[in-house]
Write a protein that binds this ligand. Structure first.
Ligand SMILES: Cc1cc2nc3c(=O)[nH]c(=O)nc-3n(C[C@H](O)[C@H](O)[C@H](O)COP(=O)(O)OP(=O)(O)OC[C@H]3O[C@@H](n4cnc5c(N)ncnc54)[C@H](O)[C@@H]3O)c2cc1C
Length: 332
């Protein structure tokens, strides 16, 4: 395993902020990962996937571990389903493309999400009415403290909305994920944007669904190569009944969705827009003009500028609507 020192992290985060890591290693197997963890037992550690959901505000005085495990392997299959294991270092959309091209159903709605396979369970990535938890049957990982191998069934992953045990504990480095995918595909209308895109297509095929999602995402989201960003910056806030009532007094047209007994969710993008922050720019940072939830970097290399802009939005939304927006993006 190659270990590098004083590595510039700008190419490794999609906001393209500058920071240096004192130590950087890219284990290719679970064994190499355990070895790295034991070698650097006294160092502070940070796991890095493809860097699409994090950015750096300062140098990292420790070891960055970037899991590089590759491979897409069929574990078992029958007439109904196939179990496929993919290495943490595989590019997510390459994996989704592979599954769709074989007619394996379940991940097509998650097409074009920028991610590594290993990061997909961390925040239980989701889009177009689908969450990755619905297809995951096993996650293989290494304990970041002991270097020991561990496996998690789907129930043990304790998935939630943009959440999992991995996110909550920060204790496990994922080395591979096993997915159970269907062998028959039946299109189910779940999402209005997608239905619109597929209007006139009778019984869309899995490939048509993937292509439609790629078209929608390409139209809607800024290209991170031209306008560095990390996708949705904030989570949609969860509200209690009292909080929901209070919000609707100030903003009667606020979208509110029921999630469980005493739980509601509202739209962070809506709140940001109502707070006057859609398309707003401060220095080299701003929100995307077509999507208030996306903070874009117009040319700074300093992550602190992005963090300061994030705080401006949080303060304004809190002041106007009494709701604290929580970042979905990791800030280091
Ligand atoms: C343009 C754009 C659009 C996006 N759209 C969506 C969307 O539709 N839905 C959605 O859910 N997300 C979306 N995101 C967010 C992003 O795609 C996901 O969070 C993705 O899973 C990040 O993957 P990554 O490999 O880049 O992880 P990173 O950003 O590198 O890491 C994210 C977190 O996971 C941890 N981590 C990474 N790999 C591992 C591992 N192997 N083991 C343990 N911990 C690990 C890191 O420590 C960090 O805490 C979008 C981002 C962008 C830039």
């Amino acid at each position: 395993m190659t270990i590098r020192y004083n590595v510039q992290l700008q190419p490794y985060n999609s906001f393209r902020t500058r920071a240096t890591a004192r130590i950087f290693c890219e284990p290719q197997t679970a064994g190499e990962l355990s070895e790295a963890i034991r070698t650097f037992s006294n160092e502070q550690k940070l796991v890095l996937g493809a860097g699409f959901n994090l950015f750096f505000t300062r140098d990292f005085d420790g070891v960055i571990i970037k899991p590089g495990m590759r491979g897409i392997t069929t574990i078992t299959e029958n007439e109904e389903y196939v179990d496929i294991e993919a290495g943490a270092g595989e590019e997510w959309d390459h994996f989704v493309g592979f599954c769709v091209s074989h007619g394996y159903a379940g991940l097509e709605n998650l097409s074009l999400i920028p991610s590594s396979v290993g990061a997909s369970p961390i925040q239980n990535i989701g889009a177009y009415g689908t969450e990755v938890k619905d297809t995951i049957i096993l996650v293989k990982a290494v304990d970041i403290y002991s270097g020991e191998l561990r496996e998690f069934t789907s129930a043990e992953c304790d998935f939630g909305y943009r959440d999992s045990i991995f996110k909550r504990t920060g204790r496990y480095v994922i080395t591979s994920v096993v997915f159970r995918l269907g062998k028959t595909f039946v299109y189910k209308e779940k999402y209005v944007d997608l239905s619109r895109e597929l209007e006139g297509v009778v019984a869309p095929t899995i490939t048509q669904v993937r292509d439609a999602i790629i078209r929608i995402r390409t139209r809607k989201l800024p290209d991170f190569n031209l306008l560095p960003n990390a996708g949705s910056f904030f989570k949609n806030p969860m509200l209690t009944t009292d909080e929901k009532d209070a919000l609707q007094k100030i903003l009667p047209d606020a979208p509110v969705y029921n999630v469980g007994d005493d739980g509601f969710k509202t739209s962070a993008a809506f709140l940001i827009e109502k707070a006057g922050y859609k398309g707003k720019r401060k220095g080299m940072v701003g929100t995307y003009e077509r999507h208030a939830l996306i903070i874009v970097n117009y040319g700074t290399e300093n992550g602190q500028e992005i963090a300061a802009f994030m705080e401006d939005i949080q303060q304004e939304v809190k002041k106007q609507f009494g709701i604290l927006l929580e970042p979905e993006v990791w800030i280091f």
